[in-house]
Ligand binder design. Structure first.
Ligand code: SRM
Ligand code: SF4
Length: 596
């Protein structure tokens, strides 16, 4: 019997229930079957196994070391001290660490099957949620991390919360399975009402869920709000991006971008990263309605046959941006849209260190190496530092899109105490790092990620030590150079718009992409198909030496590269259509021969 497709599994799931409750209640099962794992993602969890132990256990004829990853979701990365302490406490049910994610969430790894319900229950009781943190729905909505008290920042945060609330999936399955039927009430802003005429056009027809229907979206769906000139959320990598524009001191409207996304497969041209394109400008009152129109356009026009081409970036490419825009506008009866405004961004970096918020209080953005909150011997004790700060000062935290941590709302008289607690645990020596080190990021990869082909989070710090030495030797320690790594081509660490992106293809082997931009608005090109991990610093050095020799006064690496080298080329829509059609034909042939 052939394996059920993800679409079939969603359709038959009875509002994402499946057999999850029964299988988690059955203590004789060490893990759950694949179809439950697919549904579990919508609930914010992935079944994984310890990859470090996998081959040893297989050799010994034993089963895999199964466990679960749990992802908490918080719009714009906002988390209170109490919620943080609940997560810190839950580390004891996991591998003893937390991972800040580059979508401003938190992951716990290694939770055993018997402990999953308690962990999800406790996350929900903290006022956060894991609902829709993964799965074919709208994921955690990102927003600017800096807690600046401005009209634009306040509205950006409100928008992330409105979007999060509007696009929660509506079935009771989550509450029934994890909360014994209690009502889930995330402490987010209430969703604004969608205009009835918009809802009439956009609602799912075979509706269990007013937006998602019975089969949810074809694929994951990601959104972020950015405030110019800071592109910390990496706007162009998102399915949908929002940028506010002020008129007379108030947010008049938002420019909306669509069709970004980074996943690809090595050597398959029909899968590739795309940067988002401008869709339109729309008045503030209609932004959530417009978002529903975009999400439902993808729901109805996205590819439900081939998951590798199911993200909205492919829908935008295959329909073409003009036809896509027209379809979104059709779903917004009576609502006016305007040409998108020009956008200018200067960097994806976080502003580390102390800053004024604008209300007399301060915030400090603290560098967290690879987002890993742990207490490793001989290294900064991030876990102890943030737990002690939360206990002593009860200040809100914000997880940044670069997996750093903002301590917000610090009264001037608390500043020294914050510094002292961080220093006590060896945290916060950011000023001694090179600028490239401060923004470098690696995805999680081994040992938990089931898709990784090589190391990433465990490899990049060592590689960066060597690159740091080269940068210092060349006097480039204060230059904004973006270096990102992933353990496979799915692109979680957003490597494809970096100055240097390293993408795992096999143990200790990486494809090397060069020529993106620290502004986040350009894709890098494939420079080397395969580079050994140990050779990465030398390969980077070649570029840095040329940059130092050829740069004009103040020229950033990305601009030097664009001026002196050939940039990676995006395919024309025609080329892409041909590649997509060829792939569809290959798949159809394959299916016919399998059936035969
Ligand atoms: Fe991701 C899958 C980790 C951000 C593209 N991602 C995974 C999984 C769940 C592996 C799996 O499916 O079995 C990884 C879990 C590893 C682990 O053990 O923890 C994983 N992704 C991460 C995180 C933790 C990386 C990080 O360094 O922080 C990020 C979690 C964000 C969050 O809180 O939701 C994370 N993933 C991203 C991003 C960046 C972003 O969203 O801004 C991308 C590229 C942007 C995009 O989506 O286009 C990304 N992840 C993927 C993909 C490829 C999707 C595609 O379109 O092809 C997969 C695989 C898939 O979906 O099939 C994936
Ligand atoms: Fe895993 Fe690949 Fe994502 Fe890294 S990029 S976390 S290896 S899926």
């Amino acid at each position: 019997m052939s394996k059920a497709s993800v679409e079939d599994i969603k359709l038959a799931s009875n509002g994402l229930r499946g057999q999850i409750a029964e299988q988690f209640a059955d203590s004789s099962l060490s893990h759950v079957p694949d179809d439950s794992n697919i549904l579990l993602k919508f609930h914010g969890s992935y079944q994984q196994d310890d990859r470090d132990l996998r081959s040893k256990l297989t050799k010994e004829g034993k089963e895999k070391a199964w466990s679960f990853m749990i992802r908490s979701k918080m719009p714009g990365g906002r988390i209170t001290a109490k919620q943080w302490l609940i997560h810190d406490d839950l580390c004891t049910k996991a591998v003893g660490t937390m991972r800040l994610t580059n979508r401003q969430g938190i992951q716990l790894h290694g939770v055993l099957k018997g402990g999953l319900k308690e962990v999800i229950h406790n996350v929900c009781h903290s006022g956060l949620s894991t609902m829709g943190a993964c799965g074919d729905v709208v994921r955690n909505t990102m927003g600017p991390a800096a807690p600046i008290k401005s009209v634009a920042h306040a509205d950006a945060q409100t928008l992330t919360e409105e979007i999060s609330q509007r696009f929660l999936w509506r079935s009771q399955a989550y509450a029934d399975i994890w909360l014994d039927g209690e009502k889930l009430e995330p402490n987010w802003a209430a969703a604004p009402e969608v205009a009835p005429e918009v809802r009439a056009v956009t609602a799912a027809t075979d509706s269990d869920d007013p937006i998602y229907g019975k089969v949810y979206l074809p694929r994951k769906f990601k959104m972020a709000v950015a405030i110019q000139p800071c592109n910390d959320v990496d706007l162009y990598s998102q399915d949908v991006g929002f940028v506010p524009h002020l008129v007379d001191g108030a947010v008049e409207g938002y420019t909306i971008t669509v069709g970004g996304g980074f996943g690809m497969s090595h050597g398959q041209l029909s899968t590739r990263p795309f940067l988002a394109q401008p869709l339109f400008y729309i008045k503030r009152a209609h932004v959530v309605d417009a978002t529903e129109a975009i999400v439902t356009t993808q729901r109805d026009h996205g590819n439900r046959v081939e998951r590798k081409n199911a993200r909205m970036k492919y829908t935008v490419q295959t329909m073409g941006i003009d036809a896509f825009r027209a379809e979104v506008q059709r779903r917004l009866p009576g609502i006016e849209t305007f040409p998108a405004k020009e956008l200018q961004f200067d960097s994806v970096e976080d502003a580390l260190g102390w800053h004024e918020q604008g209300d007399g209080k301060l915030y400090r953005c603290v560098y967290v190496s690879m987002g890993r909150i742990a207490d490793p011997e001989g290294q900064p004790h991030y876990r102890s530092a943030f737990a002690e700060l939360a206990r002593e000062l009860d200040l809100p935290y914000i997880v940044t899109p670069n997996t750093n941590m903002v301590i917000a709302d610090v009264a001037p008289e608390q500043k020294n105490q914050v510094d002292a607690i961080l220093a006590k645990h060896g945290v916060g020596n950011d000023h001694s790092l090179t600028r490239a080190r401060k923004v470098a990021h690696a995805c999680v990869a081994l040992p938990t990620c089931g898709l990784s082909l090589s190391e990433s989070e465990r490899a990049l710090p060592g590689i960066m030590d060597k690159i740091d030495a080269i940068l210092t030797e060349l006097g480039l320690q204060n230059e904004g150079i973006l270096i990102r790594m992933t353990g496979c081509p799915n692109g979680c660490g957003r490597p494809y718009n970096a100055d240097f992106g390293f993408v795992g293809r096999a143990p200790n082997k990486y494809a090397m992409f060069v020529g993106g931009s620290i502004r986040g608005n350009r894709l890098a090109g494939l420079e080397y198909k395969s580079v050994l991990g140990d050779d990465i610093p030398a390969k980077v050095r070649e570029f840095l030496v040329a940059y130092k020799a050829e740069r004009t006064e103040g020229e950033i690496f990305a601009d030097w590269f664009a001026r002196t080298r050939k940039l990676g080329e995006a395919p024309t829509p025609e080329q892409f259509h041909i590649e997509l059609a060829e792939r569809a034909a290959r798949l159809a042939e394959q299916k016919v021969s399998e059936a035969g």
